[in-house]
Design a protein around this ligand. Structure first.
Ligand code: CTP
Ligand code: CA
Length: 223
């Protein structure tokens, strides 16, 4: 007898993932950034593809190999990321793992800012970036399953619950970044939904990724 090929659980689904930091220019040689390595987001994109999804990965500047089967769109700034997310829609689910810079300089200088020579310090005027997740949750292109991440150092679940409500997403995956999570290989996450909180043990980021992908497959199968 010939074994019947098993259909992958996310076959036919399109899933959008954002990952990495964004870089916000100050002048042609300097930028505002954060410590996101992109590892968790890339691992999630790869795990979703392994389960059969078509995956669009909108990636900030990171030094990582594109996972097999994933379509990668590289961006630098939060505003580029917002535009790339919009262009990649529609999607059945979106997983917003990127550590989007909250602020950018109001006016990036087109020439390198030079030292005044007399000790005068330049000041940066910042302005808030668009909230990609909150915008998506209110748009008519909102994916049926919308997942945010929250990197926190204190009162993790309280902050995650507040974000779930404020951003109008279905789950917030919260992680405690007070240790060496940013850039590290392991992660401990808590899945916060309106139904409650699941606490997962600390484990390698690729294991966390596969469990998240499986949870997404299970949730989409019920929609
Ligand atoms: N996010 C986004 N666009 C932004 C900021 C955040 O899409 N401009 C998304 C992130 O990708 C993440 C979620 O929102 O999925 C939560 O990000 P976080 O930085 O924790 O939330 P903030 O609202 O920026 O709050 P905080 O003051 O804690 O940084
Ligand atoms: Ca933020």
């Amino acid at each position: 007898a010939v074994a019947k090929p098993k259909t992958l659980p996310l076959a036919g689904r399109h899933i959008l993932v954002t990952a990495g930091p964004t870089h916000e220019p100050i002048d042609p040689v300097r930028y505002i950034a954060n410590r996101s390595s992109g590892k968790q987001g890339f691992a999630i994109a790869g795990a979703l593809a392994m389960l059969g999804a078509r995956v669009s990965l909108v990636a900030g500047p990171v030094d990582l190999v594109t996972p097999v089967g994933v379509e990668r769109i590289d961006v630098q700034t939060a505003r580029d990321m917002a535009a790339a997310v919009d262009a990649a829609l529609p999607a059945d689910a979106a997983v917003m793992v990127a550590a989007v810079a909250d602020w950018r300089t109001e006016n990036a200088a087109t020439s390198k800012i030079k030292k005044a020579g007399d000790g005068t310090i330049p000041s940066l005027v910042l302005t808030e970036n668009p909230d990609i997740l909150a915008t998506l949750s209110k748009s008519d292109k909102r994916p049926a399953l919308l997942i945010g991440f929250a990197a926190e150092t204190d009162d993790i679940v309280a902050h995650a619950r507040a974000k779930l409500a404020r951003k109008g997403c279905d789950w917030i995956i919260a992680n405690d970044v007070s240790g060496d999570v940013m850039g590290g290989e392991r992660n401990r996450v808590q899945i916060v939904t309106t139904d409650g909180v699941e606490n997962w043990d600390e484990q390698p980021k690729d294991v966390v990724a596969m469990k998240i992908a499986e949870r997404i497959a299970a949730a989409l199968s019920l929609l």
